[in-house]
Design a protein around this ligand. Structure first.
Ligand code: FAD
Ligand code: NAD
Ligand code: SF4
Ligand code: FES
Length: 805
């Protein structure tokens, strides 16, 4: 039986440790992760980029919910571990859960330090640590103008730049007489301040804040010298404290952080600590590179793989503010038996200082041109003997950068991605031997550029260099976009290979087609699952784990973690009996909102996951697939049944289409409509398939889209009878299913391949017949997912309130 491993803290260090462990041996542990924040693991570092407007929250997730379920990890989000009952080897949570463990990792990170000032609890006083803080700042900037950031360290300056981008007027209050005194000497700090002032930031240095002013919401801050500064928003960025209270309560040895040995083991041999909450040899780290190094050692240790102990890390920092290049690694203050080698070009705004002790580089501070950063960092880490280097050759710098790095002469062990400890040699190997031909693929293979992203340019340069070195054909070939970072093959190529080689499972596809990441990723897995299901409808066993969350639970997840339920109503027609059932269910399960959708259906919003099967059972209506890459709704107008202008029975046509095509999975969602005359009340002109009745027949339009990119549907064909509408629509749908890329709407697909091409193919009656034949096979094996889950106790278990929060 597998041992139980529990991780407390669903953050950067803990989840990286789990990733490394799965890479070492995925079969060893049954893993449970408890995370206080209501999201999957995200890149906290990139919150600065979100605030600065360079990224969206959606871009910074490192692991999707699918990743957890694919790896068999039980995830409890929005839940806090409150105590470790070490006697009974259980973790207790604030939701009353008791989770047994054999091995436990504590990775609770840090808490931002909030200055205990009078008034610090006022509205508008926040920290900058998580998504919520980031959202609060963005929202505040919509209504208020004046921000004060307390703390002129890395975090404070990145926050200040973000608030400037959000059009706030920003003052940074710093206690020390120069900025970033924990990373920079005075010269570099003064240059940095001048640059940031040019960007519009204001500074109050050597200022000690004594009070937060205001009635309920902050209106200003007061300083020890009696002066004040107005503020509608105060961001405290004055450092962090390891989050150790729970560990302390549970009796673990805690100093500043949770005390660990060289294998990250705490005072309890079955409990480990990793990340910002851990104290190793009296050091607590606050940057990802050392935390990932800790994670690597811990993962190997847990997997029983021989590993060197963790002996501590040399760190580097770099400010993520656009237009400013600052880099600091190792020691940075003069003195302490070090000699300084300096270049200071005031005209060009460049300052470089290297501190040397004996024959080794002990540290470096760079401003204005940081291109030597990683080279110097490598020398510091390796403790390289530099006696053979001329003083100035240590600074390759601007000239070398201008000429472009000669990557052939860079040693393989030179560190390229400091955050993830990836050297040039590892990147070269990924390109040469693991088939990587894009920066994304290298990221997937090696983690390079997955954290702060500053090394991305260098990774791209190495890639270019290698492609030319690997021969003319590679150099000449444009860097091809594979379907994701795991493969260089395009969607079309993958589909062709699956068909040609008769591959029957996602694992087999990945193995035979040489996926660089043997597990695949959230992009390729759903696509492969779709292609396999489409190509082999009768034999392929759907891999629910490869589907997006909505398709796994057959309901649409909402922004608060609840779900929506949309039962099918063919052609948008309902009955008093159905309406009564819907009303009863809505009342019984306290459904928060009942809403009519744009597709003429009724949506029950705010449903708890555990209530889904009960609601489906009591509704006793088919799933409307409102959550899937599938046939959605057929919207109809009243047509000739009631309307004075109606030329045909659009309602019946819509009902027949929906009954025929329901439950069919497609590359992306497919919406349809039928209008009873060209007045087009059902909006057939912006649907994937839009049917319009005319005197004596029907027009079929395709490729319309009413979403973000509005696109009018184009006339595919005019036919005479309802049977022909079904025949042409079926052939069109199957041709789209077989030829579009996964996640390609009909509008994009038609633009890519051209309407003329589709018309030419479908003009042949024999081709239409064959397409419809294959479509019928696919339709014949579909089952209503709600009924299936209601009837099957095993499938119902999935909805018990445990996994994804
Ligand atoms: C805006 C910003 C920018 C940054 N930029 C950089 C950078 O450029 N380079 C760099 O190296 N570092 C940077 N950092 C620091 C980096 O993000 C951290 O070092 C890293 O996230 C720490 O990882 P961790 O896993 O130890 O902690 P976290 O990522 O904080 O994860 C800990 C998680 O545990 C959860 N948790 C805590 N207690 C409990 C409990 N009792 N039960 C359940 N869950 C719990 C927390 O909610 C949190 O989600 C930045 C940080 C911020 C805030
Ligand atoms: N680019 C990056 O690498 C980056 C970016 C953001 C955050 N981080 C990390 O996040 C963590 C938090 O960052 P941070 O900048 O808050 O921590 P920090 O400890 O590096 O800096 C805090 C700064 O606040 C100043 N300060 C302390 N008390 C003050 C007071 N009363 N008034 C005014 N200033 C005061 C300190 O002098 C110090 O310079 C750190 O571990 C940092 O390394 C890193
Ligand atoms: S599209 Fe024509 S038939 Fe249908 S409701 Fe509008 S006017 Fe009447
Ligand atoms: S140096 Fe930060 S991601 Fe590579």
């Amino acid at each position: 039986m597998r041992k139980k491993l529990v991780l407390i803290g669903n953050g950067m260090a803990g989840v990286r440790t789990v990733e490394e462990l799965l890479r070492a041996d995925p079969s060893l542990y049954e893993i449970t992760i408890i995370g206080k924040e209501p999201y999957p693991n995200y890149n906290r570092i990139q919150l600065s980029s979100v605030l600065q407007g360079d990224k969206k929250i959606d871009d910074i997730f490192l692991n999707t919910y699918e990743w957890y379920s694919r790896n068999g990890i039980t995830l409890h989000t929005g839940e806090e571990a409150t105590l470790i009952d070490r006697q009974r080897k259980r973790v207790l949570t604030d939701k009353g859960r008791e989770i047994p463990y054999d091995k436990l990792i504590v990775a609770t990170g840090s808490l931002p330090f909030m200055l205990p000032l009078p008034g610090a609890d006022k509205e508008g006083v926040i920290a900058f640590r998580d998504i919520k803080d980031c959202e609060t700042m963005m929202e505040t900037a919509r209504h208020y103008r004046k921000a004060v950031v307390i703390g002129g360290g890395l975090l404070g300056l990145e926050a200040a730049r973000g608030l400037l981008n959000l059009k706030m007027d920003v003052t940074v209050v710093h206690i020390f007489h120069h900025l970033m005194e924990r990373q920079l000497d005075e010269t570099a700090a003064i240059m940095l301040q001048a640059e940031l002032e040019k960007q519009g930031m204001r500074f109050l240095l050597s200022k000690q804040t004594t009070k937060i002013m205001g009635p309920k919401r902050v209106t200003g801050v007061m300083f020890a010298d009696g002066s004040t500064e107005k503020a509608d928003l105060v961001v405290m960025a004055v450092g962090i404290r390891p989050n150790v209270e729970m560990a302390k309560r549970s009796g673990l040895e805690v100093n500043r952080g949770i005390v660990v040995n060289d294998y990250m083991q705490t005072s309890d041999p079955d409990i480990y600590a990793v990340g910002e909450c851990a104290e190793h040899r009296e050091i607590v780290y606050g940057l990802v590179a050392p935390l990932y190094e800790q994670g690597q050692v811990l993962a190997k240790h847990l997997a029983g793989v021989p590993t060197d102990p963790y002996t501590g890390s040399v760190t580097f920092t770099s400010l993520k503010v656009s237009g400013v290049d600052v880099y600091s690694a190792g020691e940075f203050r003069d003195g302490g038996n070090t000699r300084a080698i300096r270049i200071h070009d005031e005209a060009q705004g460049i300052y470089k200082k290297i501190l040397v002790r004996g024959n080794r580089v002990a540290g470096a501070v760079l401003f204005g041109d940081t291109s030597d950063g990683q080279k110097l960092f490598s020398l510091i880490r390796k403790r390289a003997d530099i006696s053979a280097f001329g003083k100035l050759s240590l600074f390759g710098g601007a000239d070398e950068a201008a000429a472009g790095t000669d990557w052939a002469s860079v040693p393989d062990d030179e560190m390229i991605c400091g955050c993830n400890g990836v050297s040039k040699g590892v990147i070269v190997d990924a390109i040469r031997n693991r088939g990587c031909t894009t920066v994304e693929q290298i990221k997937g293979c090696t983690n390079a550029s997955r954290s702060c992203g500053r090394c991305k340019g260098q990774v791209a340069e190495i890639l270019q260099h290698m492609l030319s070195e690997l021969g003319e054909s590679a150099a000449a070939a444009p860097v091809k976009a594979g379907m994701c970072g795991c493969t260089t093959l395009s969607h079309d190529e993958v589909r062709r290979e699956i068909r040609a080689k008769g591959l029957r499972s996602t694992r087999e596809v990945m193995h035979v087609l040489g996926w660089s990441n043997p597990e695949g990723c959230s992009k390729c897995r759903p696509a492969l699952n779709y292609y396999l299901g489409m190509l082999f409808p009768e034999d392929y066993e759907d891999e629910s784990d490869s589907r997006f969350i909505n398709e796994r639970v057959h309901a649409n997840i909402q922004n608060d973690g609840t779900f929506s339920v949309v039962p099918r109503m063919y052609g948008g027609v309902t009955s008093p009996e159905q309406l009564r059932k819907i009303a009863d269910v809505a009342e019984k399960y306290n459904v928060r909102m009942v809403k009519v959708t744009g597709g003429q259906r009724i949506d029950l919003l705010g449903v708890k996951k555990e209530d889904l099967p009960k609601i489906w059972e009591e509704l006793d209506m088919p799933s409307g697939y409102a959550y899937g890459k599938a046939i959605r709704t057929v919207k109809t107008c009243v047509g000739s049944t009631f309307c004075r202008f109606g030329t045909q029975d659009s309602i019946q046509m819509g009902i027949d289409m929906e009954r025929k095509f329901e439950r069919l999975y497609t590359p992306h969602k497919v919406k349809m409509a039928v209008s009873g005359c060209p007045r087009n009340c059902a909006e057939s002109g912006i649907k994937d398939i839009g049917v319009v009745a005319i005197e004596g027949g029907w027009e079929i339009y395709v490729g319309g889209n009413g979403g973000v990119e509005l696109r009018a549907a184009e006339l595919l064909v005019t036919v005479k009878s309802p049977e022909e509408v079904l025949e042409w629509s079926g052939a069109f749908l199957q041709y789209y299913r077989e030829n579009a890329q996964y996640l390609e709407r009909t509008s994009h697909w038609i633009e890519r391949v051209g309407l003329k091409h589709v018309q030419d193919v479908l003009a042949d009656p024999e081709t239409r017949r064959e397409l419809n034949e294959r479509l019928d096979v696919a339709l014949s094996v579909t089952k209503d997912p709600w009924k299936e889950r209601v009837a099957n106790p095993e499938l119902r278990k999935q909805f018990e309130p445990i996994t994804i929060g």
